[in-house]
Write a protein that binds this ligand. Structure first.
Ligand code: ATP
Ligand code: MG
Length: 363
């Protein structure tokens, strides 16, 4: 198993190392061999040193691995001459067509909760965000909006049959898999089909795919109502599937209901590879101080093992993933995970050590 490892900038380096230590421990505990790493230099620091945002053959090497793991990329102090951010990871998303953005949102005991309702302890959902088209299409593909004239600018909301059908299939499979693991396993199509032809098409494609998954209960919600429902009754949802920008907004909203940036794991999956990373950035304000919460990266490591389990047809890898997830869960339950991010007393190393000890103790 080969992992392309891009540690990147700032706290990205620390949390990526923490995540790989945990991944290795889980592999050892389940009797498996350790991965081969291909360390790829990329990011703002690398750009400053070399003038390249990623090593010359870095993209191609990333694609040759079984999966890509990324810490975080970018530093506000180092940008391109035109002021744009250093973002080689967005090129990876384009190059490998990483259309399925997976953002789990889960409440952990003793982690911050925004909602007073006791049912909030049961928040456990996944937002699936199309990541290559939708309303970000103009920005991603044209690098800018379409300027019609001095007084008008337009962006395009692009929905294609090919990508959207794959996205919905991914969503139905995910809902099914979650049900096998004890979640409700229902799927909500989030759109604005009443207003946009493109999003009516998104829903039509959802309905076309639905027939092949009669066991998955489905629902529909307009995105504005979904935003309200995520605040009013987030515990009622399991898997949400939506277009690019709606998913971007809803996943920040949902992430804000439980914990902080340091808990938000993320996977971006394409046909041939997947990229796994914490949803947060390089956090230059806390870098080098052992303050970063590594759990978002660690949980992304579990997402990666789950993905590799299917890709390489090695079910035992998802046992390793489950071991990581349950260690984090138990750690919070027993109040032994107290990240500084939430006002606790545990820095990056202490949190990592604690997760490792749970993994090593598990019989
Ligand atoms: P990007 O543009 O790459 O998303 P950003 O400017 O949105 O980056 P982040 O780097 O994600 O910002 O940081 C936002 C805030 O959250 C900062 O105050 C940072 O310290 C905090 N933060 C981010 N990640 C973590 C973490 N893992 N642990 C603790 N605090 C974090
Ligand atoms: Mg950000």
């Amino acid at each position: 198993m080969r992992i392309a490892l891009i540690k990147g900038d700032g706290i990205g380096v620390d949390v990526a190392e923490a995540a790989m230590a945990v991944v290795e421990a889980a592999l050892r505990r389940t009797g498996q061999t350790l991965p081969h790493y291909d360390n790829i230099c990329a990011g703002a620091g690398h750009y400053k040193d070399t003038g390249l945002d990623i090593e010359a053959d870095g993209e191609q090497r990333a694609g040759a691995a079984d999966a890509i793991f990324l810490g975080a990329i970018g530093l506000p102090s180092i940008r391109h001459d035109d002021g744009t951010e250093i973002s080689p990871h967005l090129r990876l998303r384009d190059r490998f067509g990483l259309y399925a953005g997976v953002r789990p949102v889960k409440a952990y005991p003793n982690a911050p909760q925004r909602l007073a309702d006791p049912r909030a302890a049961g928040i456990d959902l996944v937002i699936l965000r199309e990541s290559t088209e939708g309303l970000f299409y103009s920005a991603a593909t044209h690098k800018r909006s379409l300027v019609v004239n001095d007084d008008e600018v337009q962006d395009i909301l692009r929905i294609t049959r090919k990508t959207t059908t794959k996205l919905h299939q991914f969503a139905f499979n995910l809902a099914r898999k979650r049900r096998e693991r004890g979640s409700p396993g229902h799927l909500t199509c989030v759109d604005k089909a009443n207003v946009f032809t493109s999003l009516a098409f998104f829903r039509q494609l959802f309905d076309e795919v639905k027939g092949a998954f009669p066991d998955v209960p489905v629902g529909y919600n307009y995105v504005d109502a979904q935003a309200l429902d995520l605040v009013r009754k987030p515990w009622d949802f399991d898997v949400l599937v939506t277009e690019n920008m709606f998913g971007d907004i809803l996943s920040d909203l949902a992430g804000g209901l439980v914990g902080g940036m340091g808990m938000a794991a993320c996977a971006e999956i394409g046909d041939t590879t997947g990229l796994f990373q914490p949803a947060h950035g390089s956090a230059p304000d806390i870098m080098g101080q052992d303050k970063a919460n590594p759990l978002a990266a660690i949980l992304s490591g579990a997402l990666m093992l789950d993905y590799l389990s299917e890709k390489l047809d090695r079910p035992v890898l998802s046992e390793a993933a489950e071991l990581i997830n349950s260690s984090v869960e138990t750690g919070f339950q027993q109040n032994n995970l107290r990240p500084m991010e939430f006002g606790g007393d545990m820095g990056t190393r202490d949190v990592t050590r604690q997760v490792l000890s749970y993994i090593e103790e598990t019989a």
